[in-house]
Design a binder for this molecule. Structure first.
Ligand code: NAD
Ligand code: USQ
Length: 384
């Protein structure tokens, strides 16, 4: 099957492209490399040294004999997008190609506008391209668990049955996102749902939790294939950041009380979830939603787990509770469903001490690349 991975130079996209290529899919990567540009603008770098995409792909070909097509350009450029689709003729499109950092989207007006324009318009271009020439192609779109926010009731997978004044309907689950980035995902979901309804497109929205880890069986084959691992206050995410902080002896940065609970998953499960979605396409006209995470943790619990794993490898880990730069509940109910991907065959890698040990080891290996001035959060959600 031919699968186009949009955003295939990024953290989830690179791991997915290699995994699918390794498992016999014909893979193309489309990416405008803008993430590398944003890193430069913010003066941050991934902990792990990532090679240019062309060299990564050459090495993959050298090691496996498999070729991955490369389309460098922006999905906001409709001519480029449609030309690439005509050339590649994908049967499935996996769309990772968005600005994905909540703090980045909260820096100022420009970054909020840029995030929503990049994400919403890019996704809309894709929907129109599919309607015009690829109406049967399956769109697998990365959404986020953060679309739901933290309601005081159980979170369902996309839809909820509501009984109101004696009548019943199954409706989209209410959305209460916590940043202009997370809001962009809500806007995308609405646009995709509408496009499925009016044009009969087929789409799966994967509401993914926070991803952790770095290696997959494919990216570990050669240092030239290594994946990015962000640790800075803008693009770094909770557990990855904590492991890197532990490795360099920086106190762990728990924001506020630390009771914020989220869904998490190992990057080895991200790639498998994409394969499952691709292998089981939505029906024509169907907007299907899966919650893509394997376990729920509070950030405070994660910090304690990293402290314990640190002890195990001889590190003395300190936990700090910083003033929370975000506006979010720090103690709340959180219970989300995640059965649909498991029903289709996902066998989760649960978070184990061995994974934390190995992440801390990777971080220790590259610790000379860490810029400590980039660890504390600098972006505030508040007015002043
Ligand atoms: P990333 O920043 O590492 O990768 C995104 C890639 O998309 C980059 O290579 C970037 O250059 C490319 N891109 C961005 N805008 C583009 C455009 N207009 N045209 C072409 N390419 C473009 O991000 P990631 O962590 O791999 O996340 C991938 C997707 O998964 C995102 O949509 C994100 O919202 C979602 N997601 C990520 C996580 C996580 O923990 N990393 C969790 C849940 C959901
Ligand atoms: N947090 C800390 N300390 C840190 C970093 C984060 O306490 O050093 C807290 C945050 O305040 C928040 C939680 O950890 O409560 C998660 O923050 P995060 O930065 O790990 O994740 P988030 O901003 O939600 O975004 C990440 C990805 C995004 C994806 C989302 C999935 O960057 O692309 O959509 O995870 S989810 O959180 O399920 O919405």
């Amino acid at each position: 099957m031919k699968v186009l991975v949009i955003g295939g130079d990024g953290y989830c996209g690179w791991a997915t492209a290699l995994y699918l290529s390794d498992h016999g899919y014909e893979v193309g990567i489309l990416d405008n490399l803008v993430r590398r540009h944003w890193d430069q603008q913010l003066c941050v770098e991934t902990l792990t040294p990532i090679a240019p995409i062309q060299q990564r792909l050459r090495k993959w070909h050298e090691l496996t004999g498999k070729k991955i097509d490369l389309f460098i350009g922006d999905i906001n450029d409709y001519d480029f997008l449609i030309r690439s689709l005509r050339q590649f003729e994908p049967e499935a499109i996996v769309h990772f190609g968005e600005q994905r950092s909540a703090p980045f989207s909260m820096i100022d007006r420009e970054h909020a506008v840029m995030t929503q324009t990049n994400n919403v318009v890019g996704n809309l271009n894709l929907l129109f391209a599919m309607k015009e020439e690829f109406p049967d192609t399956h769109l697998v779109k990365l959404g986020t668990m953060g679309e739901y926010g933290t309601p005081n009731i159980d979170i369902e997978e996309g839809y909820i049955e509501i009984n109101h004044n004696g009548r019943t309907d199954t409706l989209p689950y209410p959305k209460q996102p916590g940043s202009f980035y997370h809001l962009s995902k809500v806007h995308d979901s609405h646009n995709i749902h509408f496009a499925c309804k009016i044009w009969g497109l087929r789409a799966t929205d994967l509401n993914q939790g926070v991803v952790y880890g770095v290696h997959t069986d494919q990216t570990r084959r050669d240092e030239m294939l290594i994946n990015r691992l962000d640790y800075d206050g803008v693009f770094g995410t909770a557990l990855n950041r904590f492991c890197i902080q532990a490795a360099i002896g920086h106190p762990l940065t728990v924001y506020g009380k630390g009771g914020q609970t989220r869904g998490f998953l190992d990057i080895r499960d991200t790639v498998r979830c994409i394969e499952i979605a691709v292998n089981n396409p939505a029906n024509s006209g169907e907007f299907r939603v899966f919650n893509q995470f394997t376990e729920m943790f509070s950030v405070g619990d994660l910090a304690l787990m990293v402290e314990k794993a640190g002890k195990h490898v001889g590190l003395d880990v300190e936990i700090n509770h910083l003033d929370n730069p975000r506006v979010e509940l720090e103690e709340h109910y959180f219970n989300a469903q995640n059965t649909k991907l498991k029903d289709l065959g996902l066998e989760p890698h649960n978070l184990e001490e061995s994974l934390l040990d190995s992440l801390i080891n990777v971080a220790q290996h590259y610790k000379d690349r860490v810029d400590e001035t980039q660890i504390l959060p600098k972006v505030s959600w508040r007015r002043d």
